[in-house]
Design a protein around this ligand. Structure first.
Ligand SMILES: [Zn+2]
Length: 312
């Protein structure tokens, strides 16, 4: 049986798994990571852990490819992380793809983690019945990926899918991408936390310093009207971004993942309700708005999925 290794680099952990073509995760491991370590100091323990997983596979099982997901801009051919990964600085200007490809003697493919996640939803998750969809993952920031004609759309260098940086308000706050009023400024976990805290202060309450976006989502689910209003507003901004994409790309589905998507219908319903305000009746009709399906193993499955896809 052919297996892909899926490796997902986060800020504090690298998650590693061996994945079958059908999407079953055969084994998984996690390596704690100190982002101040050198490139080798970060990548070699990951390679060592992967060797351990491979050593435990049965005879007849074979590693055929390695997929790697990291934040940032990764060039499509050499796999060099060109920027946008300030959380793990020693990975920048280097290629985990080349390092692991050489170490294991199989083709390796590095890709932006949100684009990888879109590949995972396409192969194994909420996107498997669609050939054309947009995927966003709402965490601290907003990542995105596009699937067009049944394939992940990467653009000519591999940079496509920066959906969080669609401008939805040209008078809005400046963004670290250089533009202003990007939709990430209004609908990311960071933005949701900010908007909710402002609402609480207006109500004369102190939001406290330990509040998180996840907590806002939980409060919305528990019926807190302020938290629900906050997600309603985020949904409105998301609808604006999705509407533009539907007009340009004629998509079948809009898929929302990441921690904030745990809000489910509390977030999806306002997106659906506001969508007609932002696109043609024709481009908006019949479009499915739903949450992503892959949860705990999303990073591993996404990385493995994009590697299987690019191997072909
Ligand atoms: Zn931006």
């Amino acid at each position: 049986m052919e297996l892909a290794a899926g490796i997902d680099f986060g800020g504090t952990f690298a998650k590693i798994g061996l994945v079958e073509r059908g999407g079953r995760v055969r084994s998984r491991a996690q390596v704690a990571m100190d982002p101040r370590e050198s490139f080798e100091g970060i990548v070699e323990p990951v390679a060592e852990t992967l060797r351990g997983l491979i050593a435990n596979t049965a005879s007849g099982e074979k590693l055929v490819t390695i997929g790697i997901g990291t934040p940032g801009f990764i060039d499509k051919t050499e796999g060099v992380l060109l920027g946008g990964c300030e959380n793990i600085p020693s990975l920048q200007k280097r290629s985990v793809q080349q390092y692991l490809g050489k170490a294991f003697g199989v083709p390796a493919f590095a890709e932006n983690d949100a684009t990888s996640a879109a590949a995972g939803e396409l192969a194994f998750g909420a996107g498997r019945n669609y050939s054309n969809f947009v995927f966003i993952t709402i965490g601290t920031a907003i990542g995105g990926g596009l699937v067009l004609g049944g394939r992940v759309y990467r653009g000519w260098r591999g940079f496509a899918g920066e959906i969080g940086h669609l401008c939805v308000n040209r008078n809005g706050p400046w963004c670290n991408c250089g533009s202003r009023g990007c939709f990430e400024q209004y609908a990311s976990g960071t933005a949701i936390l900010r908007v909710y805290s402002e609402k609480l202060r207006k109500r004369g309450e102190n939001p406290g310093s330990s509040l998180t976006a996840r907590e806002v989502v939980e409060r919305a689910r528990a019926g807190d009207p302020c938290a629900r209003d906050t997600l309603e507003e985020a949904g409105m901004w998301i609808a604006q971004a999705f509407g533009s994409l539907l007009n340009v790309l004629d998509l079948e589905a809009c898929i929302v993942g990441g921690g904030v998507s745990e809000a489910g219908e509390i977030l999806l319903e306002p997106i659906r309700r506001h969508l007609p305000d932002h696109c043609w009746r024709q481009t908006g009709s019949g479009v499915i708005v739903r949450t992503a399906e892959l949860r705990n193993d999303a990073g591993i499955l996404g990385a493995a999925a994009q590697a299987f896809e690019r191997l072909e």
